[in-house]
Design a protein around this ligand. Structure first.
Ligand code: ATR
Length: 287
């Protein structure tokens, strides 16, 4: 990679940030396409967020990815939000367009494109999303408009209801909600086509946990887990064992990054290459 006086900078900000895979994913794409861009990671503490965003303006940084714990608070420092980010109430991507900072949330389209790697046609399909936190909110808004039916199940049922009602107000859809219990899961999964785990259940160090009993999984249910540590969660392993199609959290990470890449460069991202770079990097780290 040649750094010149014209090289444009993109970065991810968050805290902690040192384990981020985003630099590896984006730099692989920049290199492959011969683009004069470079991508780095900055640790930004909560009380330094405003200064970091002023720095983006002052230094002419072209794009930022924003991760925990800044996704909501960062909105206060931006000039504009795209409609989806406004609905979701969170930003994971900033574009610096000649000093105007515009916020986007690419998780929803990233999730949609991830699902499309295994199922092209979502029209009329029934989707069950587990969880009602930030991750669920980002993807449920986008997916509500793409599928025939969406049900949000959460341990704390009031959060599921709030999210469903918020989506219904903004999109005139009829998203349903319920409690994340075995009984509700049994009923809702019976005729579901796609299941997404947007809870943290199954994440390291609790990798022996799963949000869904394996008896409720079927070969014709596509199972998508946003958790990517471990890469194959217990939920995905049990889904694969019954012959279901599975989508892992790394696929999601790459696809949401690919949407950010397109926003910054205007160029179609080499998604397969980005995926390969991410998998190789994870493999290297586990050795
Ligand atoms: P994120 O931004 O990753 O979504 P979050 O906003 O803290 O993080 O949300 C975590 C989600 O995982 C929530 O839906 C949470 O359920 P509650 O709203 O009831 O807290 C869910 N979650 C976390 N631990 C869980 C567990 N042990 N069982 C079921 N759901 C769990």
């Amino acid at each position: 990679m040649r750094i010149s006086g014209r090289t444009r900078l993109c970065a991810v900000i968050g805290d902690p940030i040192e384990h981020s895979l985003s630099p590896c994913i984006h730099n692989a794409a920049f290199r492959h396409l011969g683009l004069d861009y470079v991508y780095v990671a900055f640790r930004v503490r909560i009380d330094e967020l405003g200064e970091a965003i002023s720095g983006m303006r002052a230094l002419g940084i072209r794009g930022l990815n924003v991760t925990m714990p800044h996704k909501i608070r960062v909105i206060d420092y931006l000039d504009r939000l795209d409609e989806n980010a406004r609905n979701v109430g969170a930003v994971n991507t900033i574009l610096n367009e000649d000093g105007i900072l515009i916020g986007y949330d690419t998780d929803g389209v990233g999730a949609l494109n991830s699902i499309r790697t295994v199922t092209e046609d979502l029209e009329g399909k029934k989707l069950v999303v587990l969880g009602a936190g930030g991750a669920s909110r980002a993807i449920s808004f986008t997916l509500a408009s793409e599928v025939g039916e969406l049900v949000i199940l959460n341990r704390t049922v009031s959060r599921a209801r709030e999210l469903a009602e918020r989506i219904n107000r903004a999109t005139e859809r009829c998203v349903r909600w319920g409690e994340l219990s075995r009984q509700t899961l049994k009923r809702e999964l019976e005729d579901a086509d796609i299941l997404i785990n947007a809870t943290s259940v199954g994440m390291h160090p609790n990798s022996n946990e799963t949000p869904v009993d394996k008896e409720l999984l079927r070969a014709d249910l596509t199972v998508f887990d946003l958790v990517y540590n471990p890469l194959e969660t217990r939920l995905l392993r049990e889904a694969r064992n019954v012959g279901a199609k599975t989508i892992d959290g790394l696929t999601m990470l790459v696809h949401q990054g690919a949407v950010s890449f397109k926003i910054w460069t205007g160029i179609e991202p080499p998604v397969d290459l980005m995926m390969k770079a991410a998998r190789e990097e994870l493999k290297k780290r586990s050795e």
